[in-house]
Design a protein around this ligand. Structure first.
Ligand code: ATP
Length: 223
């Protein structure tokens, strides 16, 4: 039963476009961590990646279409509506203003995104604001990925790791890892596939693909 101690998952991304890799991550992490909700937060202007190529309104609509019918999934437009680019630390501070400081939050990250964490603005402060849940996606197996990890991240893993059952006990500060079904799908590959006139069907929901076709997104002349 959901209560004020049940963690909420926070899942940011460019979602350009959203695909089954994202959706399985959210579904499996939601179940494994007992998340009350998973909030998809499409990036407005991601600081570390430059401006996304597709209009925010289209990326938002594709997320809405993809998550329709899943009672645990919701979309949050605060980054897209922000006048300036949003850093994750600011997004979490803004969420804390809405949700209070006691509610456990859990930032969902693919293992590749976690490895890039030291490049994020004020990244160490994230642990004061949220738990972090790392989903192991293809190419980042749980048994060997620590070997490739910078020392400062390994320290965080060593001091903060714990079982998912501990997430509900505090608002943030823990790290959990969980292996999810390996789906080697990326938005880059989908964009490239469309760009070259091939079909990305079965890599993303049909409703999202219909939206892409209707609005002629990711065509060669939209590069
Ligand atoms: P791009 O190819 O444009 O870089 P992407 O497919 O990696 O995009 P993002 O929007 O950058 O998607 O990713 C948002 C989050 O989803 C990140 O934490 C990323 O690690 C995770 N993610 C993306 N694709 C997968 C996948 N196939 N399996 C598991 N996690 C994924």
């Amino acid at each position: 039963m959901a209560d004020a101690d049940t963690p909420i998952g926070i899942f940011g991304g460019t979602f350009d476009p959203i695909h089954f890799g994202h959706l399985r991550l959210a579904e499996e992490m939601g179940e494994a961590l007992g998340l009350d909700a998973v909030r998809f937060i499409p990036a407005g202007w991601p600081p570390h990646r430059g401006r996304p190529r597709t209009d925010a309104a289209h990326r938002l609509r594709m997320v809405e279409l993809a998550i329709a019918g899943n009672p645990r999934f919701e979309v949050d437009t605060r980054e897209m509506l922000a006048p300036r680019m949003s850093y994750t630390v600011d997004t979490l501070l803004s969420l804390r203003q809405d949700l209070g400081w006691h509610r456990p939050l859990c930032l969902l990250l693919g293992a590749d995104a976690f490895l890039g964490l030291p490049g994020w603005h004020r990244w160490r402060e994230l642990f004061e604001l949220t738990h972090i849940a790392i989903a192991h996606r293809p190419g980042y197996p749980q048994h060997s990925w620590k070997d490739a990890m910078p020392e400062l991240l390994r320290e965080q893993i060593d001091t903060r790791s714990g079982p998912a059952s501990e997430l509900a006990g505090s608002a943030g500060g823990r790290i959990v890892t969980h292996s999810i079904t390996a789906l080697d799908i990326s938005a880059t590959h989908i964009r490239d596939t469309l760009h070259s006139g091939r079909s990305p069907r079965y890599l993303l929901p049909d409703t999202v693909l219909d939206h892409i076709h209707t609005h002629q997104l990711y065509q060669a002349n939209h590069a």
